[in-house]
Design a protein around this ligand. Structure first.
Ligand code: TYM
Length: 331
C-alpha cells in the first residue's frame, strides 16, 4: 500500500483550483492508500504573519475538506501545527538546503514580487518545510496542482541529499501526482493563468449560486472569433479550460464547435458555465453549512488525526535522529 500525502494552506476558503488541482484527487485516492491530508497553518505564516484567527481558518479548511468528501475513517486529517515534529525535520533539511537553489524557486520569486516588504526567511525556506511535511510520513505520492511541481522536485533533491550525506537509503522519492492524468492548473476568470486566493480571481466552493453567476458573467472575454478555427485568446481558452472540468464533454464540444464556426455567443456560454459550476459546488456548500454546526465532531476528527499523524512523525524523527547521530543515549 502506498502512502499519499498532501496539504493546503489555511489562508482562505477552498476555490475551484484547490478542488480540481488537489482535493478531488485526495478523495479518489483515499480508498486504496494510506492517506495523510493536512492543513498547512505554519506555512500560512509566511504570508500572514499575524493571522486574524488562525484556529478558525484551520477549522474552515477542515470543514471544507470533509464537505468535499474526505473521510476521516479512511484518511488521517490533521493540522500541521499539531505535529511539531515536522519542525525538527525542517531544521535538519535546512542544514543541507542551499541559498542559491532556494532563491531560484519560482514560488519564492513570485512572493518577492507580491510582498517586497516581507521577504522573510520562512518564505525562502518554504520548500524545505514542505519537504519535511512530505518526508516525515515518507510519502510516495503527493496529489497537488501544477504550481507545486517544482516543490516536489526540490523535495526529491533534499531526500536524495540526505540519503547520500548519511550513506543510507532512508527517504523515498515522492512524486507530484494527479489521479491518472497530467497535473492540473485551473486558470482565473480574469484572463490570468492561475486561479488563486492571492490573485483575487477565485471561485470558491462556498460561493452561493448568485455570486458564482455574477463572477462568471463578469469574466473577461474578447470581441469573438472572426475566422473559422481561429486560435483562442487566453481569456477564452480559460473559460474552456474551466468548462472541461465542470461540464459534460457534449457541452464543451457544442461551444467549441460554435466558436470554430464563429457562431459562439459568450453570454450563453457563461450562463451554461455558471450553472455547471453551481451544480458541482452546491452539494459541497450545503454540507459545509451543515458541518459548521458540528463542533464536537470536528474536534474529534482533529484529535484522532493529530494522534495518528504524530505517532508516525515521531517514529520517523527518532530514526532520522539516529541516522544523523543524535542517539537516545547521552554519549
Ligand atoms: P495552496 O494552499 O497554495 O494550494 C493547495 C493545493 O491547491 C492547488 N492549487 C491549484 N491547482 C490547480 N489550479 C490552481 N489554480 C490551483 N491553485 C492551487 C495547489 O497546487 C495545491 O495542491 N505548498 C502547498 C501547501 C503544502 C503542501 C505541503 C502540499 C504545504 N506542505 C506538502 C503538499 C505536500 C500550497 O501552496 O498550497
Amino acid at each position: 500500500m502506498e502512502t499519499v500525502l498532501s496539504g493546503i494552506r489555511s489562508t482562505g476558503n477552498l476555490h475551484l483550483g484547490n478542488y480540481f488541482g488537489a482535493v478531488r484527487n485526495f478523495i479518489k485516492m483515499q480508498d486504496e492508500n494510506n492517506c495523510y491530508f493536512f492543513i498547512a497553518d505554519y506555512h500560512s505564516l509566511t504570508t500572514h504573519p499575524t493571522p486574524d484567527n488562525l484556529k478558525n481558518s484551520s477549522k474552515q479548511i477542515l470543514i471544507e475538506y470533509l464537505a468535499a468528501g474526505l473521510d476521516p475513517e479512511k484518511s488521517t486529517l490533521y493540522i500541521q501545527s499539531d505535529v511539531p515534529e515536522v519542525l525538527e525535520l525542517y531544521l535538519f533539511l535546512n542544514m543541507n538546503a542551499y541559498l542559491g537553489e532556494l532563491e531560484r524557486c519560482n514560488s519564492f520569486k513570485d512572493k518577492v514580487r507580491q510582498q517586497p516588504n516581507n521577504v522573510n526567511a520562512g518564505l525562502l525556506t518554504y520548500p524545505t518545510l514542505m519537504a519535511a511535511d512530505i518526508l516525515i510520513h515518507r510519502a510516495d505520492k503527493v496529489p497537488v496542482g501544477k504550481d507545486q511541481e517544482q516543490h516536489l522536485e526540490m523535495t526529491r533533491t533534499f531526500a536524495n541529499r540526505f540519503n547520500n550525506l548519511y550513506k543510507v537509503n532512508y527517504f523515498k522519492e515522492p512524486e507530484a501526482y494527479n489521479f491518472g492524468e497530467n497535473l492540473v492548473k485551473i486558470p482565473g476568470l480574469d484572463g490570468s493563468l492561475k486561479m488563486g486566493k492571492s490573485e483575487g480571481n477565485a471561485l470558491y466552493l462556498m460561493d452561493p449560486p448568485e455570486v458564482i453567476r455574477k463572477k462568471v458573467m463578469r469574466a473577461k472575454t474578447d470581441q469573438g472569433p472572426t475566422e473559422e478555427n481561429q486560435t483562442k485568446s487566453q481569456e477564452i481558452e480559460n473559460l474552456f479550460t474551466i468548462m472541461r472540468h465542470v461540464s459534460t464533454p457534449e457541452t464543451c464540444e457544442y461551444f467549441n464547435d460554435a466558436y470554430n464556426h464563429c457562431q459562439i455567443r459568450y453570454g450563453d456560454m457563461k450562463k451554461q458555465l455558471a450553472e455547471d459550476i453551481i451544480r458541482c459546488c452546491e452539494p459541497i456548500r450545503e454540507r459545509i453549512l451543515d458541518l459548521s454546526q458540528q463542533e464536537k465532531y470536528l474536534e474529534e476528527v482533529m484529535d484522532a488525526g493529530a494522534a495518528k499523524a504524530r505517532a508516525n512523525a515521531r517514529k520517523t524523527l527518532r530514526e532520522v535522529r539516529e541516522i544523523i547521530g543524535f542517539s537516545n543515549k547521552r554519549f
